[in-house]
Design a protein around this ligand. Structure first.
Ligand code: COA
Length: 278
């Protein structure tokens, strides 16, 4: 099933339960303007609870994933409206990045090209990030005279070693997809010609998993990073019990198909969720 919506700066289509969402300002290297940020929040809202969407992929039209914040519209023009202009522009961006970090559906960043500065917010927000070897990643802020704000410094320190993050932030040099994968910025990198196939393959694996367990898992990974071991242990007990209350039959069905029906092995793949009662 396919349905397509086009509204300028962000476009999306839903194909076989995968929502392909695109930054769509290729002539501006998909820089994030306030208009783009507001529209992206609307698109994420539109897709989040749709039953025909199981996975969301975020990618870019043209040669860029996103060249970060729009220096003209996000920085310069917002600043002419004083503190209010700056804060409004920040909120429009941070709002959808936060929504994406805690999105109900699993999310994949398909990084097809340039990925700079403010693009690290949505990059980090996606659960899995697959880059093209040909993509280029950089904290270019230092090259035009500011620090990597909007969470970008935090993204680098969360994902990279302290030594690599410091070098990355101070030097303003770029990493290609393979280097970004080696340094932890993305999950993996493949040649651009294989990028969409690889992302589709990952999405199709995710589509077969229990969606309640997936949401609980992705939230748990993000939450426990900031917890002590004891707090994490406690949180995980409570998170699983909360997931059980939304999905009382999931784990029972998973155990039944393994222990009684012997139709699959959890070590080798997911149980058949279509046979689940609720
Ligand atoms: N903000 C505003 N405009 C941007 C932009 C950004 N972040 N990135 C690209 N553009 C615009 C350019 O100004 C240019 O506009 P124009 O055609 O009206 O002159 C257009 O997009 C194409 O950019 P160009 O630089 O010619 O493309 P390129 O393919 O040669 O280079 C980049 C691509 C990404 C290396 C380069 O555009 C760049 O360095 N962008 C800024 C990246 C950055 O520092 N982002 C961090 C912001 S936090």
């Amino acid at each position: 099933m396919t349905d397509t919506t086009t509204e300028d700066v962000v476009v999306y289509e839903v194909v076989d339960r995968i929502a392909w969402v695109k930054f769509n300002r290729p002539d501006k290297r998909n820089a994030q303007s306030p208009t783009l940020n507001r529209r992206m929040a609307e698109v994420l809202d539109e897709l989040e609870f749709r039953d025909d969407v199981g996975v969301l992929v975020l990618t870019g039209e043209g040669s860029a994933w996103s060249a970060g914040m729009d220096l003209k519209e996000y920085f310069r023009e917002s600043a002419t409206k004083g503190l209010e202009g700056t804060r409004r522009a920040q909120r429009a961006a941070y709002r959808w990045w936060e929504q994406l970090r805690w999105y109900r559906k699993p999310t994949i960043a398909m990084v097809n090209g340039w990925c700079f500065g403010g693009a690290y917010g949505p990059l980090y927000a996606c659960d899995i990030a697959v880059a093209a070897d040909e993509a280029k990643f950089g904290l270019s802020e230092i090259n035009w005279g500011i620090l990597p704000g909007g969470g970008a410094t935090k993204v680098a320190t969360n994902l990279m070693s302290a030594r690599k993050a410091m070098y990355h932030a101070m030097m303003g040099e770029n990493l290609d997809g393979q280097q970004a994968a080696a340094q932890g910025l993305v999950t993996e990198s493949v040649p651009l010609a294989q990028l969409k196939d690889r992302v589709t393959e990952i999405a199709n694996v995710l589509l077969k998993k229990n969606p309640v367990a997936l949401k609980a898992t992705k939230d748990a990974v993000r939450r426990v990073i900031e917890m002590t071991y004891d707090n994490a242990e406690d949180y995980l007990i409570r998170a699983q019990e909360a997931a059980d209350s939304f999905d009382p039959d999931g784990r029972k069905e998973g155990m039944k198909q393994f222990l009684d029906d012997k139709t699959y092995k959890p070590g080798l793949g997911a149980y058949d969720t279509s046979k689940q009662k609720s």
